[in-house]
Write a protein that binds this ligand. Structure first.
Ligand code: ZN
Length: 317
């Protein structure tokens, strides 16, 4: 089993929807490798992604215009963002991103129902891990603009020091969570221990998913109906366990729009960071990074074919 807290969460490239049991043995290694690659992702890769996103956006805009003029209908646009922490020196940029959201769309809570006004654009804000900077840095900016947000926390780590690399702070305690404004901030489960769920047997996964909900409901005195997968790692079996546990929505880190708003059970999200360039952030709001899951799936398929053909050893290190 992967040790909790050893990896950055929510790698936007890590989705294990199609992971079967034969894959789980090396799943931890896959995540670790991708984590390393993500950390190493330098300017060239970032620019390449930006270029691809710009092309995707341009293509999408043409399709949008065609649809609009042919059918007169504008499809629902709903993007769910996820952050982690907001460092003190990032607060201003975070505020500017919230301003961009307000200019672009109507902010909505993931716990609410979307109005049936397809002509509007909607954006929901979430935070994974429940880091203390959500309260100290992000909250004042959210409050100022009255933008709702959901915070996904680990029930067994509340109040503990965060030992993750590059982060100095702590996870919000239950007292701190209770002091957050309830009309603006909602809570969800992020397991008990930030476990890598595909690496657990069914009993272990059930415990993380069921028990975290029960503990948080007891600690916080409110219903916990939302769940997000640590490391963005999930599969069909885990989704089913979440259904059994009584969650109403589960959140992944797969870049994809919420096609029916926030009323689906499995909802993709788009990773954003306060240090995103303004153009990156705007393109993410437009869903212009939705090509990423397609590119990743394509890459995996090519790698698998190369391995099966015996060329993988030479071409894929
Ligand atoms: Zn996490």
């Amino acid at each position: 089993m992967i040790q909790a807290h050893s990896l950055p969460d929510a790698l936007d490239t890590v989705s294990m929807k199609s992971l079967d049991h034969s894959d789980t043995d090396n799943a931890e290694g896959q995540v670790r490798n991708r984590a390393t690659r993500t950390r190493r992702q330098g300017l060239p890769m970032r620019l390449l992604r930006l270029f691809a996103a710009t092309l995707w956006f341009a293509g999408g805009y043409v399709a949008f215009l065609l649809r609009k003029y042919v059918s007169g209908k504008r499809p629902l646009h709903c993007v769910i963002l996820y952050y982690h922490g907001v460092a003190p020196d990032e607060r201003q940029r975070f505020g500017q991103q919230l301003d961009a959201i307000l200019r672009f769309a109507r902010p909505v809570a993931v716990t609410g129902q979307l109005p049936h006004e397809a002509r509007n654009r909607y954006v929901a804000v979430t935070f994974d891990d429940g880091l203390d900077t959500v309260a100290t840095q992000a909250l004042p900016e959210l409050l100022e603009r009255r933008i709702p947000a959901a915070v996904f926390v680990m029930s067994d780590l509340l109040g503990q020091d965060c030992t993750w690399k590059d982060y100095q702070g702590h996870f919000l305690s239950s007292e701190e969570l209770l002091r957050l404004p309830h009309d603006l901030i909602t809570f969800g489960s992020h397991t008990c221990t930030h476990a890598f769920l595909p690496g657990l047997d069914r009993e272990g996964a059930c415990w993380e998913i069921h028990e975290s909900r029960a503990k948080l409901e007891k600690l916080l005195g409110r219903r916990i109906t939302h769940f997000s997968f640590p490391y963005g790692a999930f599969n069909e079996g885990l989704i089913e366990i979440c259904r059994e546990a009584g969650y109403e929505h589960v959140f992944t880190t797969v870049h994809q729009p919420a096609r029916r708003g926030i009323n689906e059970f499995v909802l993709g999200r788009v990773r954003v960071d306060p240090h995103d360039w303004p153009i990156e952030f705007r393109l993410k709001l437009h869903g212009a990074y939705n090509w990423l899951p397609i590119a990743i799936a394509l890459k995996r398929k090519v790698v698998r074919i190369l391995r099966m053909s015996g060329m993988g050893g030479a071409l894929v290190p």
